[in-house]
Each structure stands twice: as structure tokens, then as C-alpha cells.
Design a protein around this ligand. Structure first.
Ligand code: HEM
Length: 412
């Protein structure tokens, strides 16, 4: 077994959060009408087209042509050296790709730098809870988003989950950094590269016989799918913090939303689908996310891999039993049942009864001497979970990671 290291621990947390960031759709969704109005978006207007039938009109044909002409390996090699937002692009890129990236890397007019600075403060203050939420709420939720689970399972990265998780965790880390969207930061690069990777998946997955057999769509990663996954991240995380009674001042909450609105834009989500406020976000999530959650064989397998990987990478301090119970606590009995996560009489009760008290103690709302004595028995485990989350979220990846355009599907 590998030695426990900072890298491994990062991966352990990343395991779960990372998967949260890759997604797709379901039959339930297919039958629903899109009624969310672009009036509630960051730009307050739009055509209002059903996002299930909208993909990425600029990136998709371009990346398809790069894949078909065999240019991708060379492009990936060149793009490895592009790491900072403000950096000049490497020489030698095809002219159409260069033009695309130059446009795609521009921040929208509605960028609010003061909010971004505030978002960093929030990330610093709340990194511990954010890490746990990205990991166990968003990450595990991704396994019950059918389009996402299938896309992840059958695309190139599905053959090496650890590598894929490392790459996806980079986005979760970058969004919380100080200069995320500044010239010295890396979030714009990460988003634009992810946008290219998604365009590659849209071209390649339809050529996969196994994906075609199980998928209920012809082209993956629609704008609707993107918003589903987006909600599994910031919207779900905020809902968790509220559930745990973590106090978040209104300006910090709005700032956190803003950093994710920009992320959505830079990933190629059209402005008219990006909610302007938490109220709009919650309304949209109720329409696009909650009704489509469902079990798939692919998602069940992914959840199993994630829980086991998480426990192993934590060097055995946190067991699969504890992580399974945390997942049940965070996502509820129904989803835990779909994922075939066994009931854990001791740990299920511990999370249900003691986690809110633990958070209250951490938040200084309750003295530990006034907490039930049972809390002391699980305090170490709860603290370890927060530590893992903090490491994931605040430490970042200190090894070169380059998100790449895929050239094939999962060969397995
Ligand atoms: C790749 C983030 C939505 C499917 C990635 C990567 C990131 C990422 C960072 C690069 C990791 C890698 O190369 O392995 C996000 C975020 C999303 C989102 C933040 C929404 C806010 C989606 C959706 C789907 C999806 C909706 C599918 C329905 C995939 C797949 C890959 C990928 C299949 C891997 C490509 C490969 O095999 O190389 N995503 N994603 N993602 N994403 Fe997403």
C-alpha cells in the first residue's frame, strides 16, 4: 500500500468532491419542461431555450475537428505550459484554437472584484466545512446524477479514477484561492481547459457503444447537465452549511455565489442559465437537480470506489463505515439506499445526534463541558473529517496537473 502523504490525503478528500464535478441527465429529466426564466439569471435576459438541447456552439465543433485531425496530442502537450490566467499562450497552437482561448479566457462584464475578494475571505474562514461538503455532499451526489455517472464511467478518465479525481480536485482548489481569477491565478486556465475537455467528451462519448446502450441522450453534457452538476456543488454546499447552522454573513454568502457564477461562465455555461441569487439558484435546483437524482449501476460502482478510496487514502484513520455513515447523514436514507451503503447503527446515530452539537462547539456556540459526554467518544473522528476537508480545500495540489482534451473513450 502507498505511504500516507499529503498528496494522498488530498486525493482522499478529492476523491469525493472531484467526482462531483463531472456529470449528465436522466429519463425523469427528459420528460420535464424547462420553465425557469432567464429573468432570474445573472444578465436578467435570454432566449429561454430549453438547456437540454443546448451544448457549446463555439467549443464543440472546434474540438471535434482537432480530435478528428489528430492534432490533440500536440495541443495537449503545448497547453501543459499554460498555467496562469495572465500568461501568453504557447506558440504553435492551431490558429482557430488560439482565437477561441483568447476569447474564452476573458471575464464577463458582470465580474465583481470586490465580491471575489470577499469570496476568498469566506473560503479561508470556512474551508474546513467546505471541504467536507464538496466531498461528501457534492462528490457523493454526483454518483446519483445518472448522466454524470455514466459520462464519468464510460469516458477516457473512467479508466483511471485516481488521475481523474486529481484533475477535477484542481478546480475545487483553484476556485478557493486568493487570486483565482486574477492574472497570477489559475482558475481561468482550469475552466477553459475543462471547457475543452467537455467538448471532447461530447464528440467522443456518442461513439462509445456501451455508453450509447445505456444513455438516454445522444450528446452528453448539455447546458442543463452543466447546471445540474453546478447545483451539486455551490447550491448543495450552501444548503449543507445552513443545515449545520454554520453562520455565514450575507455578504460572504453572496460572494461565494459570485465565484461560482463566474466559474459557470468560464466553463461555457450561457449567462442566461446562471442564477443571479441564492433564491433563484434554489428554485432552479429544485427544478433541474432534485427530480433527476436516481441510482444507476455505474453510479453504485463509482460510489463504492469513492468510499473505499477515501478510507484507504486516509491511512485507515477514517474507515469506509464512518465515511458511509457520513454520506447517509449528508445525503439522506433514500440516496444512501440507492447507493447500497450499509446502515451503521453506531455511526449513523453518532452523525445524526452529535454532528450538529460538534459544529456548535466548533462555532463557539456551545461549551464542550455543556455537550453530551457521548460527543467526546466521536470527537476525534469528526475532527479528522474536518481536517481531511481542510487539507483538500486549503492545501491545494502541489504537483503539476494538466487537464487535457481526451482522445478516446474508456477502453475497458
Ligand atoms: C472532466 C469539472 C460538468 C463530464 C472534467 C474536469 C473538470 C470538470 C475539472 C477535468 C478533469 C479530467 O480531465 O479528468 C466540471 C464542472 C462541471 C462539470 C465544474 C459543472 C459545473 C460536467 C457534466 C458532465 C461532465 C455535466 C457530464 C454529464 C465530464 C467528463 C470528464 C470531465 C466525462 C472527463 C473527460 C476525460 O475523460 O478526460 N470536468 N464538470 N462534467 N467532465 Fe466535467
Amino acid at each position: 500500500m502507498e505511504e500516507p502523504s499529503r498528496r494522498n490525503i488530498l486525493l482522499a478528500g478529492g476523491v469525493l468532491g472531484a467526482l462531483g464535478a463531472m456529470s449528465a441527465a436522466t429519463p425523469a429529466q427528459a420528460s420535464r419542461l424547462w420553465t425557469w426564466s432567464p429573468a432570474g439569471s445573472v444578465v436578467g435576459a435570454g432566449a429561454g431555450a430549453d438547456p437540454r438541447w443546448v451544448w457549446d456552439a463555439e467549443a464543440d465543433p472546434l474540438v471535434a475537428s482537432l480530435i478528428d485531425s489528430g492534432a490533440v496530442p500536440q495541443v495537449n502537450k503545448l497547453l501543459k505550459s499554460w498555467t496562469k490566467n495572465g500568461q501568453t499562450l504557447p506558440a504553435g497552437l492551431p490558429a482557430d484554437l488560439k482565437a477561441f482561448i483568447e476569447k474564452a479566457r476573458q471575464l464577463p462584464a458582470w465580474t465583481d472584484k470586490a465580491k471575489l475578494a470577499k469570496a476568498y475571505t469566506f473560503n479561508q474562514k470556512r474551508g474546513t466545512y467546505l471541504g467536507v461538503s464538496y466531498g461528501f455532499a457534492s462528490g457523493m451526489m454526483s454518483t446519483v446524477i445518472p448522466h454524470e455517472a455514466r459520462a464519468v464511467y464510460y469516458s477516457q478518465g473512467g479508466a483511471d479514477m485516481k488521475d481523474r479525481i486529481t484533475k477535477t480536485a484542481k478546480l475545487g482548489y483553484d476556485v478557493g484561492t486568493k487570486n483565482a481569477f486574477e492574472p497570477g491565478g489559475e482558475m481561468i486556465v482550469t475552466c477553459v481547459k475543462t471547457r475543452l475537455a467537455h467538448a471532447g467528451v461530447r464528440h467522443l462519448l456518442p461513439q462509445s457503444a456501451v455508453w450509447n446502450k445505456v444513455a438516454d441522450e445522444e450528446i452528453p453534457i448539455s447546458q442543463a447537465d452543466m447546471m445540474v452538476t453546478w447545483h451539486s456543488l455551490p447550491t448543495t454546499v450552501m444548503q449543507q452549511l445552513a443545515k449545520w447552522k454554520v453562520s455565514v454573513p450575507a455578504d460572504e454568502s453572496a460572494a461565494f455565489l459570485h465565484s461560482w457564477q463566474l466559474t459557470a461562465h468560464m466553463l461555457g455555461i450561457l449567462d442566461e442559465y446562471i442564477p443571479a441569487s441564492w433564491d433563484e439558484a434554489n428554485a432552479q435546483a429544485a427544478q433541474v437537480l432534485t427530480p433527476i437524482l436516481a441510482a444507476t449501476p455505474e453510479g453504485i460502482k463509482l460510489a463504492d470506489i469513492l468510499l473505499n478510496l477515501g478510507a484507504v487514502l486516509d491511512a485507515g484513520l477514517l474507515t469506509t463505515h464512518i465515511l458511509g455513515a457520513l454520506t447517509r447523514y449528508v445525503l439522506g436514507d433514500e440516496i444512501a439506499g440507492w447507493l447500497k451503503i450499509p446502515r451503521e447503527p453506531v455511526w449513523d446515530a453518532a452523525f445524526r445526534e452529535l454532528w450538529p452539537i460538534f459544529v456548535a462547539v466548533k462555532e463557539g456556540l456551545l461549551k464542550i463541558t455543556d455537550a453530551p459526554p457521548a460527543l467526546l467518544g466521536v470527537y476525534w473522528a469528526f475532527d479528522e473529517i474536518l481536517r481531511l476537508g481542510a487539507l483538500l480545500f486549503l492545501s491545494g495540489a502541489d504537483f503539476p496537473i494538466s487537464i487535457q482534451i481526451p482522445v478516446a473513450n474508456n477502453p475497458k
